[in-house]
Design a protein around this ligand. Structure first.
Ligand code: SF4
Length: 332
């Protein structure tokens, strides 16, 4: 690991100014991903701005939304009474992620920014467009069992990157239509969750639309009628402490067994959380039934495409969608 300067500001303004004056500086909070990246030599910031003393840990009910401070720990959010009462889908997704020890260190803001777990990204012996743009994507002809089935463009040649976003939290926040609140030297910027994470396109090195020097200060989740019929369903290689092969965030608002509103998002299938808008639309007005859930899963999978080792996801994803909807509706 290369030497770096370290400072610990106590105000958001000082933190942003500290980064603005050093282009190769990074914010650090829990450090559960950044330290790994530094130890492996994938990033080498000249300055680390430790933001743990900033007043960004609150979880509050505001008028029409819940605000979660960017430094709220994943474990604190998952166990909070407001989240349990209003957004149990979020609590389920957080508890499905990582380990208890990691959830006690990882923060909301950091979870949004964690990098992919594509093994070629972490192994500097292999070309990787995300680590070194223009060098190639080793996963295309390599072991691509964990990789994407949606969201990579082939219009102008082979996909630039087929990595997936590893976060469980992001899948739930996508389904809940959250907003990411960021601060920069000009003031506040609000980014709808659907626009926060990017598809690889011609900049696979960029995971998000966060600009250099911007600091995530909060995540806002609008009030919604998803306190009862929700389920976060995650399939992984072992029962705990593993990234998802496929996961589904499902939320239903039911009226006498008829679906008034549906929210669905997939994890482990694309470079960003993959919201299933068409399937959601299809479900509205339908009675809760296996038939409706099967049709929604079929609609969801229309544009999916597999590579050599991840064709199993073409079956696993629709089966998981059906299972998540069934458990959310309480008809299992
Ligand atoms: Fe790199 Fe993305 Fe290809 Fe993995 S899938 S090797 S992260 S470019």
């Amino acid at each position: 690991m290369k030497p770096f300067h370290y400072l610990r500001p106590t105000t958001v303004k000082d933190a942003i100014n500290a980064l603005a004056s050093a282009p190769n500086a990074r914010f650090i909070a829990g450090g559960t991903n950044l330290i790994d990246l530094m130890k492996r030599g994938l990033v080498a910031p000249e300055k680390l701005v430790d933001i743990n003393s900033l007043p960004l840990k609150k979880i509050e009910q505001k008028a029409g939304f819940v605000r979660i401070g960017a430094l709220a720990l994943n474990s604190s959010v998952a166990d909070h009474t407001i989240i349990a009462a209003k957004h149990p889908l979020l609590a389920q997704a957080l508890k499905a992620g990582a380990s208890g020890q990691l959830r006690n260190m990882a923060t909301m803001g950091g979870n949004l920014l964690q990098r992919t777990r594509c093994p070629y990204f972490y192994d500097t012996a292999f070309p990787c467009n995300k680590r070194n743009p223009g060098s190639g994507c080793s996963a295309l002809e390599g072991i691509n069992r964990l990789h994407a089935i949606f969201g990579f463009s082939e219009k102008t040649g082979p996909p630039t990157c087929i990595a997936v976003n590893p976060s469980d939290l992001n899948v739930a926040l996508s389904a809940l239509d959250a907003t990411v609140v960021v601060q920069n030297t000009q003031g506040e910027r609000r980014i709808p969750f659907a626009d926060f994470h990017r598809l690889p396109g011609d900049r696979p090195d960029r995971d998000t639309t966060l600009e250099a020097g911007e600091l995530i200060v909060a995540v806002d989740i609008p009030d919604a009628p998803f306190a009862r019929n929700v389920h976060y369903f995650k399939v992984r290689d072992r029962a705990s402490y593993a990234f998802g092969l496929v996961s589904v965030a499902a939320a239903l608002d039911l009226d006498n067994n008829r679906i008034k509103t549906a929210r669905l998002a997939l994890g482990g299938v694309a470079h960003k959380p993959w919201r299933l808008f068409e399937a959601e639309k299809m479900l509205v007005g339908q009675p809760v039934s296996e038939t409706a859930f099967r049709q929604a899963a079929e609609v969801a999978m229309r544009d999916a495409k597999a590579f050599e080792h991840n064709a199993y996801k073409l079956k696993l994803a629709p089966n998981s969608i059906r299972q998540a909807l069934t458990l959310a509706a309480g008809i299992s």
